[in-house]
Design a protein around this ligand. Structure first.
Ligand code: SAM
Length: 285
């Protein structure tokens, strides 16, 4: 879509996730210079505006706003006015409103410019000590237990670091469901109240992390990011052709556990390793 030559620019502006000193100078300048700020909650953002002496008018916008509000914002942009989009905290569109507006603005050729800053998932990942080369941000898990358990089971073989946002009153339940889906020993991290007074970053195997959170109700308060180590890589690449053939023959005749046990005796490999290999391969077929 060609750029709309007369249109203004939509700035997508990140705001702090707790500590106001994390507001970047470019964000302040941008919010002061635009004609209008589309905010998730104007009352909530009013405090931020007052702190930085930003007097630009604000209008409420979220992804459930009616079509008219969206059209009004697009009309401002088409009239050549610059607009900023902010959410209550952190980066807009990351588990926050803004998708519809950004999508529509880009479709109309309106320039959309990011003003990067705080984002809870990136802050948490950066201090988690978990692999950060590849990760999967899963946002909020379903609130209902059954749906949450199914979502976690579907992620059990995901090898990338998993990142979740979670509400404090559900954190313990959620960790227990993670333990059921991923096992006791999978390394996990609770990143709580980042950039605030009670900032806590605790890493431990899931079973231990549950004990820590269950034993201290303070850990079930505030804003929380949960991170879980990815599943170990599939074992199939590490079996030589002859061992693979042996396992295939055993698996054709025997239940998985027994096949792994006999396979271990025949090949000298570890029973758990062959069990995992068999599990991965039965899931693939
Ligand atoms: N857009 C935001 C961002 O860039 O991170 C996220 C908004 S989402 C509605 C709010 C969730 O983000 C919280 O429930 C929590 O899971 C996470 N979060 C936000 N601020 C946080 C903080 N200071 N410490 C830990 N987690 C935080």
């Amino acid at each position: 879509m060609p750029r709309s030559t007369l249109s203004g620019t939509l700035f997508v502006v990140a705001t702090p996730i707790g500590n106001l000193h994390d507001m970047v100078p470019r964000a302040i300048e941008t919010l002061q210079s635009v004609t209008l700020i589309a905010a998730e909650d104007t009352r909530h953002s009013g405090r931020l505006m007052a702190h930085f002496a930003i007097e630009t008018p604000m209008v409420a916008y979220h992804d459930h706003s009616d079509e008219r509000r969206l059209e009004q914002l697009l009309a401002h942009l088409q009239n050549g006015e610059d607009l900023a989009l902010i959410s209550d905290a952190g980066t807009p569109l990351v588990s926050d409103p803004g998708y519809r507006l950004v999508h529509a603005a880009r479709a109309q050729g309106v320039p959309v410019v990011p003003i990067p800053g705080a984002c809870a998932l990136i802050a948490a990942l950066s201090v988690s000590g978990l692999a950060s080369d590849r990760f999967s941000f899963e946002g909020f898990l379903p609130a209902k237990a059954g749906a949450r358990q199914r979502a976690l089971e579907a992620l059990a073989r995901e090898s990338r670091t998993l990142i979740f946002y979670e509400a404090p009153h559900r954190v313990l339940e959620c960790l227990k469901d993670m333990q059921a889906a991923f096992g006791d020993d999978r390394e996990a991290v609770l990143a709580r109240e980042l950039t605030k007074t009670h900032e806590t970053v605790r890493s431990a195997p899931l079973a231990e992390l549950i004990e820590f959170v269950a034993g201290d109700t303070n850990q079930q308060r505030g804003e929380i990011v949960l991170l879980v180590q990815g599943a170990p890589k599939r074992a199939d690449a590490e079996l030589d052709a002859q061992t693979q053939r042996t396992m295939e023959v055993l698996l054709a005749e025997l239940p998985l556990k027994q096949a792994a046990s006999i396979g271990a005796k025949l090949t000298g490999l570890k029973k758990n390793f062959l069990y995992q290999w068999a599990l991965d391969n039965s899931q693939k077929s």
